[in-house]
Ligand binder design. Structure first.
Ligand code: GLN
Length: 188
């Protein structure tokens, strides 16, 4: 089976590991740069991207992860999506620039900051339930980015080559199609 790392510095990593295991792959928590060795893919979970960055900037973890995400299948959700983006705003912060999008943090404001929506998707199987928690909003996608689902005309699920990203939390819904897509991307 595939071995899928789940970045486990902070945030919603446990639920991702459960979905990965339910789909027949082996999850492995990634807490140190050497845990990246031999992975078939990596999930960067939601949480607080600034806090994750601070942990990553100790030692050589940021550089090791930078090399990894530019060469190996990686799926970022919410804070993970922010870390993969080319441009981050409100406030701006460092990111891996592995996914050609501009993303605005906490863009939905306080009243609407957490919500569950069901929106159409190009994935087979009909509309997808999406759990948004203090979600970022994708304000620009580059030409290489494929949009798989949107909310109010802003992309919420995107793919660029070996990178998959969601501004919502697919690990908290009841639908495993997004994780299945990631595993299928790795196998392809
Ligand atoms: N607001 C968080 C950030 O800016 C992301 C929220 C999430 O991952 N659910 O990093």
């Amino acid at each position: 089976p595939l071995t899928i790392g789940v970045l486990a510095l902070q945030g919603a990593f446990g639920a991702h590991a459960k979905v990965v295991a339910a789909l027949g792959a082996t999850p492995r928590p990634v807490r140190l740069p050497e845990h990246l060795d031999g992975l078939d893919g990596l999930i960067m979970p939601g949480g607080e991207s600034t806090t994750m960055l601070k942990s990553l900037e100790r030692g050589n973890f940021y550089d090791a992860l930078n090399t990894f995400v530019h060469t190996t299948p990686t799926f970022g959700t919410c804070a993970g999506c922010i870390l993969l983006a080319t441009d981050v705003s409100s406030p701006a912060q460092k990111s891996f620039a592995a996914l050609d999008i501009t993303v605005q943090r906490n863009a939905y404001g306080r009243q609407l900051d957490s919500t569950i929506l069901t929106e159409p998707t190009t994935l087979p199987g009909g509309p997808l339930e999406m759990v948004f928690i203090r979600a970022p909003r994708i304000d620009r996608t580059g030409p290489a980015v494929e949009v798989l689902a949107s909310r109010d005309e802003h992309p919420v699920l995107v793919r660029q080559g070996h990178i998959l990203a969601a501004t919502f939390h697919p690990e908290l819904g009841h639908d495993t199609r997004v994780h299945q897509l990631f595993l299928d991307m790795i196998k392809a």
